[in-house]
Design a protein around this ligand. Sequence first.
Ligand code: FES
Length: 149
Amino acid sequence: MRERILPILQKHARQRESLIPVLQEVQAELGYLPPEAITEIAQFLGISRSDIYGVASFYAQFRFEKQGKYAVRVCQGTACHVRGGKRVLGEVVYQLGIEPKHTSPDFKYSLETAACFGACALAPVMVVDKTVYGRMTTTQVKKVLSQYP
Ligand code: FES
């Protein structure tokens, strides 16, 4: 892993301002930010690990767990919420056996919530990878997920 991170670090100045771009590039390279990567970044930039976690946790884009093969995202925006988005999310949680911001133990699925996909007319909406599923019901959840074995 070190050999994949070092070339990224070496492109940046050893200063705190480099933190966000470094995190973005390391995540793009590894798919997430494992503890070993945080340690390397902390040593290179001279920042504590807890500082890095503090900053990175503030941004929804950063992931600290290895991501699943399929990204399942369920909208919890207002339009989706009033049309049953919470029930859809509950069914996805039940079917996958994981809570939002987590990945299944077999690394098949990662579950996230979203604030709005810009497809409110189709509410409630869930997205698997880049495919949008609109007017979702709890009974459709299992059918949609079965398309992603
Ligand atoms: S609120 Fe769900 S797509 Fe807009």
